[in-house]
Unconditional design. Structure first.
Length: 259
């Protein structure tokens, strides 16, 4: 039997907006862990550790609000530039968080997926990601996508490469450069690229901590997303913050280029 997330202690409930005014896909840059720790005189790793509760809270809030898709930026391809100690912590922590939380997410009928490059990831991290995907594959509620070793440009490049390779194979056995070029050119369209990406179009792009940039996260999918930037640091966030940005989204007039 599917369980419901535990209620928020304040008694707060999600906004009653209806599907026509609610975002179908929310993307979240979980920013501010390092600053949260620095303000308390603690190492950056303690900020990442504190951010786990915020992630669980936001997943709970998305389930309660009826959001179909939630995608979170867990580790970017640029994060390898951080200190080796912090990278090691993040890899190990990602593994243990998944192990601790996957059963809870499964009980909430959450389908876990992940997007990113397997290259450079430790086999143990990949195994935990794959195990969470396998455990929750038949769930029909919220789809939670964890972006680990992910970069938006790399995702687009990989999608285009796969489309081009498939089209070239379909051009025929006899090598004809002009024919292959025409076939590949016709195959690469906005629709085919969108279909090859890991997630659908983003409706609401939310970044915490006051920073106002996309940071190479879901850049194709976010072409027409509503952008909301909030000042609170990620470890201080709970589901009420998600509900507030959903309310702000509902107040926007989305025209997609029309007058």
């Amino acid at each position: 039997m599917t369980a419901q997330p535990y209620p928020h202690p304040s008694g707060a409930t999600p906004p009653a907006l209806g599907p026509e005014r609610s975002p179908a896909h929310v993307a979240v840059v979980m920013d501010g862990n390092g600053r949260w720790a620095r303000e308390r005189g603690e190492p950056r790793t303690e900020g990442h550790r504190a951010g786990e509760a915020a992630l669980v809270e936001v997943v709970a809030g998305a389930v309660e609000a009826g959001v179909p898709w939630l995608t979170v930026y867990a580790f970017s391809t640029e994060n390898w530039k951080r200190s080796p100690a912090e990278v090691r912590f993040l890899m190990g922590y990602s593994r243990t968080v998944l192990r601790r939380r996957r059963d809870l997410f499964d009980s909430w009928n959450v389908r876990v997926r992940w997007a990113g490059e397997r290259r450079r990831l430790a086999p143990s991290v990949v195994k935990e990601l794959d195990d969470a995907v396998q455990l929750t594959r038949d769930n029909t509620g919220l789809t939670l996508t964890l972006c680990v070793n992910y970069g938006g440009r790399a995702e687009i490049a990989a999608a285009v490469g796969e489309i081009a390779a498939a089209a070239a194979r379909g051009a025929g056995e006899r090598w004809d450069a002009e024919r292959v070029a025409r076939t590949v050119s016709r195959a690469i369209t906005e629709e085919s690229i969108s279909a090859a990406l890991a997630t659908p179009a983003v409706d609401l792009f939310w970044r915490t901590s006051g920073e106002q940039r996309l940071s190479n996260f879901l850049i194709w999918q976010s072409a027409y997303a509503e952008l909301v930037f909030t000042d609170k640091l990620w470890p201080d966030v709970d589901r009420r913050d998600l509900w507030e940005v959903i309310r702000r989204y509902a107040e926007r007039d989305r025209r997609f280029g029309a007058a």
